[in-house]
Design a binder for this molecule. Structure first.
Ligand code: MN
Length: 328
């Protein structure tokens, strides 16, 4: 089973974090074949490694597989992000065939030029409340419920009413504005460079927004998402078509399909061939008859097929309550 693409973009794996979904990424990389593989930043979380080392074998395997891809002819390009900014001192260098660049321009098969970069340089509000949008509706409802006891205490302390949820809602709104600012700035930059779109990561918010679907945008906007909560990747198919995939789901789907095909092939083998069937018929013909038919009970016996009343062994009369063992 092989997943074949022209180009693959992956970002925000955060190896070194417990939440990094290295095993899922390994499965994807194992079946992947592509001409060019972009690592769009925050592949290794060096911030996290400074405070708490978490580096299981599966994280090593991701790095080994990336090097393998490069060894087997895939052009691997690494664009460091803010969490692996230590790698930025190696911009322009090459390690095991992996090229380190600050940004790159990728040209799709159909001639669209895309700016590829992690994107943190466009994050002006420095990492403010990335958690807030993740809180989502459920967190918001929880806060609504907490409002009452919160204000009961405030009242007892002689403090005026304050809305917890309103405060958070305001922050969420600001965080959302922040995301849209980030996207706008990136698109503006790509536009100013005379490019047709941008591929980035950083905000852990997968997005597939070509101008063909969003004509109000200056250029195409694609975000690779992340491998902590998700398993998304932007792929360019062999015909130049772009798609945002859930890589884990795609691997699973292909695995199930391959399994089914293998199963079908095995069943085909188990079926007797026409030659075998003819030979089988000939054996019976030579034996002077037709294949054996199930033996029928004498049709003269009128009782055949009739259910008789239950009888005790040894006697023909139907069982009566007297036959029950004495339980007294
Ligand atoms: Mn980042």
């Amino acid at each position: 089973m092989t997943l074949t693409y022209r180009t693959v973009f992956v970002s925000d794996v955060h190896l070194g974090c417990r939440a990094a979904r290295a095993k899922a990424l390994n499965r994807f990389l194992k079946h992947l074949r592509c001409e060019r593989l972009y690592l769009v930043g925050d592949v290794i979380d060096m911030w996290r490694l400074k405070s708490k080392w978490h580096w299981p074998e599966s994280h090593n395997r991701v790095l080994r597989r990336l090097l393998d891809h490069s060894k087997h002819g895939t052009e691997v390009i690494f664009l460091p992000g803010n969490h692996d900014e230590a790698a930025r001192q190696f911009i322009g260098a090459e390690f095991g065939g992996i090229h380190v660049r600050a940004l790159d321009v990728h040209e799709t098969l159909d001639g669209r030029k895309l700016l590829v970069t992690h994107g943190d340089q466009f994050d002006i509000v420095v990492r403010s409340g990335r958690l807030l949008p993740m809180l989502g509706a459920q967190g918001y409802n929880l806060l609504l419920a907490a409002n009452r006891p919160f204000n009961a205490i405030r009242q007892k302390l002689g403090l005026p009413y304050a809305s917890l949820s309103k405060r958070v809602k305001y922050s969420v709104k600001r965080a959302c504005t922040h995301i849209s600012n980030f996207e706008e700035l990136l698109m503006l930059d790509a536009h100013n460079r005379g490019l047709d779109g941008v591929v980035c990561g950083h905000i852990h918010h997968p997005a597939f927004r070509p101008r063909s679907l969003f004509p109000q945008q200056l250029v195409d906007y694609y975000n690779c998402g992340d491998w902590m909560e998700g398993s998304s990747a932007l792929v360019e198919h062999l015909d130049g078509r772009l798609e945002l995939i859930d890589a884990e789901a795609v691997v699973e789907q292909h695995r199930a399909q391959a399994e089914e095909e293998a199963d079908e092939a095995a069943t085909d083998e188990a079926q007797p061939s026409l030659v075998e069937l003819i030979a089988y018929g000939r054996i019976f013909a030579e034996a002077g008859g037709s294949p054996p038919v199930a033996d029928r009970t004498d049709p003269a016996d009128p009782v055949v097929g009739v259910i008789r009343p239950a009888t005790e062994p040894g006697g023909d009369r139907p069982a009566t309550p007297d036959d029950a063992p004495n339980r007294a």
